[in-house]
Ligand binder design. Structure first.
Ligand code: NI
Length: 377
């Protein structure tokens, strides 16, 4: 199969898929209209598929003992769209602000092309239309069904507006981070603002924590290890003349290795206990287990794919993209099976998850090429 040619031929159609899907953004596990749209096309092309519960499906093309899997995520976000696109969201308050409409469109187009060339395949290709990536639950649900048992590889991609339009990146090593969420509840003693000596000021303790926890990144971790500790929410106090009795801090930790994650958690625990003792407060600390690990591309698989890809992409279409501190639940698949994950340049002006996020539709054709390479590698 001439991958370049096939991808170019399907350009208008894949753009139409994307625009249709963009109009009907649906959030995690509620991708009903999206599923109906996918099924309508699979039925039309006589591609068999198995439904997943509550949403999602796995389509199957080809025959043979061996199988590889391609995955697209389908869910949208609770973001009010402000793009003014002619095909903007028709679901008020919801938006495909992360390009998953593009991923679904790319996988649909890939399915159509693969079906046309089914006779040439001597293995099976499973096409996973996955729900609920944004809440990091979809990939776990798919894995639990056991329907991927025995696959020899799994592949996926993501469109990012921060990468120049039409460029592609496929690189070995850590590419996206593991995400942990945490909350800290400081319980002090409230009282009159003029009598601080009779109180335990939760705001002082919380402020001290905000500053001190940052030193874990700068002083407890190897400086060559990348990690993030962000406190994104801080709530304390009731009135300006009252010493705050309670403070709540919430945040996230992003890491590329289990070791870093464990080290950060351990140091946070120690620091929080020390601060509690120092100020005479009760502090509870909740550090949630990571919903997915870091996304790490296998060196061997990347090399194998790139060998094939060099016949499809010109040298100037490749670009280097540094690893990102964003999360991606595709990493759950890579814990179980060999595979890799590519980045596709969307070249937009606003970042993913922004209310004005959009991407250059040349990314769709590049995505189809990448998926076909993955399917045939
Ligand atoms: Ni995304």
């Amino acid at each position: 199969m001439d991958i370049k040619q096939e991808a170019l031929k399907i350009k208008e159609e894949v753009i139409q898929f994307r625009r249709d899907l963009h109009r009907c953004p649906e959030t995690a596990f509620l991708e009903k209209k999206t599923m109906a749209y996918v099924r309508k096309h699979l039925d039309e092309w006589k591609i068999s598929y198995e439904m997943l519960q509550p949403t999602g499906c796995i389509a199957k093309i080809g025959r043979g003992k061996e199988a590889v899997a391609l995955r697209a995520d389908m869910d949208a976000l609770r973001v009010k769209e402000e793009t003014n696109l002619p095909f903007a969201s028709e679901h008020e308050g919801y938006m495909h602000a992360c390009g998953h409409d593009g991923h679904t469109a790319v996988l649909l187009a890939t399915a159509k092309i693969l079906k046309k060339h089914e006779e040439e395949l001597n293995h099976r290709v499973l096409l996973i239309f996955q729900p609920a990536e944004e809440i990091a639950a979809g990939s776990k649900m798919v894995l639990k069904t056991g329907k991927l048992d025995g696959i020899t590889g799994i592949f996926g991609l993501h469109i990012f507006s921060g990468i120049a339009a039409g460029k592609v990146s496929l690189e070995a090593g850590p590419r996206m981070a593991a995400t942990n969420w945490f909350s800290i509840h400081v319980k002090g003693k409230s009282g009159h603002a003029g009598k601080p000596h009779e109180c335990v000021d939760a705001i002082i303790i919380a402020s001290s924590l905000v500053m001190n926890l940052q030193t874990i990144i700068s002083r407890s971790l190897n400086p060559l290890e990348n990690a993030v500790l962000t406190i994104g929410k801080m709530q304390a106090g009731t009135a300006r003349n009252v010493v705050a009795g309670d403070a709540v801090l919430e945040g996230t930790v992003r890491t590329f290795s289990k070791e870093s994650e464990q080290k950060i958690q351990k140091r946070m625990k120690e620091m929080i206990a020390a601060q509690a003792q120092m100020y005479g407060a009760d502090i509870t600390f909740n550090f949630e287990p990571a919903s997915h690990p870091a996304l790490v591309n296998s060196e061997i698989v990347v090399q194998k794919v790139k060998k094939k890809a060099d016949a499809v992409f010109e040298a100037n279409e490749w670009t280097h993209v540094p690893a990102m501190m964003l999360g991606e639940d595709f990493s759950n698949y890579l814990e179980e099976y060999p595979g890799c994950f590519a980045f596709i340049g969307g070249g937009g002006r606003y970042p993913n998850h922004h209310s004005q996020f959009d991407f250059d539709e040349s990314a769709l054709v590049q995505g189809v090429k990448m998926m076909l390479i993955f399917a045939l590698v």
